[in-house]
Design a protein around this ligand. Structure first.
Ligand code: FDA
Length: 304
């Protein structure tokens, strides 16, 4: 309930304005965001790779409404991929892209064109792209663009959200097409008609999808911090070869668990956001854990 309230409130323009004008140095933002610039992203990647972790970099931003901005986001990814390549980091780092940031709502062809250019830059750098999944109104479009991209860039990965009622069918399609699949619970405010609302239903759906992906999926990416789901995935992984699946967690969340899993020999990727447009991302992290919100409000009160 609180999660839905926070997600709804976060769309209020005045709240967005008030929070977005806070400097990034605020502790709570720093905890979840690696920095603002390409250099910050490269530095954070190097630190994580040095610790034996893999990385997926997300240039923050979503819901782009201007073609010029969509172009700038695509360029930022291309610049990042070249920098990662120059620094010899693409063996351990890929990128995650939100299609809404590169023009999905403006023009499908423009968005596909930008996504292609990012995939080309990733391929040239020896790495891959995973398409994030946003709210349910974009799912068909995102899976359609994924299928087109995978014709030329078969390494491009998808995200499946276990809260969506449709996901069992989508997972079967992605298993058939041998796509890499990142499985998460889902972070948006969705109506009951399309999404399970209770934690229990979402978790049970996660387990069902996880079982399918770990049995027949090409390369499952287990994106969760939930200790029970990590334990179930670890058990299912006993039947898979090492290197044919990986765990994924968000930058700043359960960092000790990330390192524990990596030390046990598992592949662990840290989804690492950077950039100036951190508002939407931060609000979803607040909604996931109300304790974060208390920390955030305290930091705001003591430092302003
Ligand atoms: P759950 O929310 O039940 O949390 C389990 C435990 O993890 C908590 O008890 C707490 O200890 C810790 N935890 C979780 N969230 C926390 C937070 N914000 N702060 C502090 N501790 C926290 N969603 C989406 O809709 N589209 C997408 O493309 C992606 N992409 C994505 C990539 C990766 C790599 C990850 C890990 C997650 C996503 N997500 C996502 C987000 C995902 O849908 C989900 O909202 C979060 O991962 C939280 O769900 P958990 O599975 O961690 O379980």
């Amino acid at each position: 309930m609180l999660r839905r309230t926070i997600l709804a409130a976060s769309r209020q323009p005045r709240l967005r304005e008030a929070i977005s004008t806070m400097p990034l140095s605020r502790d709570v933002v720093r905890r979840f965001v690696a920095g603002e610039t390409t250099e910050d992203a490269v530095r954070a990647t190097r630190e994580l790779v040095d610790e034996g972790l893999l990385v997926s970099l997300d240039h923050l931003g979503e819901d782009t409404t201007e073609a010029g901005h969509a172009e700038a986001v695509a360029k930022a990814y291309i610049t990042l991929l070249q920098r990662l390549d120059d620094d010899g980091l693409t063996g351990g780092a890929e990128v995650s892209v939100k299609l809404s940031a590169i023009g999905q709502a403006l023009d499908r062809h423009l968005c596909l064109d930008h996504a292609r250019r990012i995939c080309e830059a990733a391929t040239a750098a020896g790495t891959t792209v995973t398409l994030d999944m946003e709210d349910h109104t974009t799912t068909d479009s995102t899976l359609g663009i994924l299928a087109e991209l995978r014709t030329d860039f078969p390494g491009t990965g998808a995200v499946i959200q276990s809260y969506l009622r449709r996901s069992a069918g989508d997972v079967e399609d992605l298993i058939r097409s041998r796509a890499r699949v990142r499985l998460c619970k889902g972070a948006y405010k969705e109506p009951e008609s399309v999404a399970y609302q209770s934690r229990k239903e979402v978790d049970l759906a996660y387990v069902r999808l996880l079982v399918r992906l770990m049995r027949d999926g090409a390369y499952p990416m287990i994106a969760t911090h939930d200790p029970r789901l990590v334990a179930i995935a670890s058990k299912l992984a006993e039947k898979r070869d090492q290197g044919t699946y990986e765990f994924q967690m968000l930058y700043g969340i359960r960092p000790n668990e990330q390192r524990r899993l990596a030390a046990s020999g598992a592949r662990v990727r840290v989804y690492t956001p950077y950039g100036q447009e951190w508002y939407g991302y931060l609000m979803r992290r607040m909604a996931e854990r109300p304790a974060n919100l208390a920390f955030f409000l305290r930091a705001l009160a003591t430092k302003s």
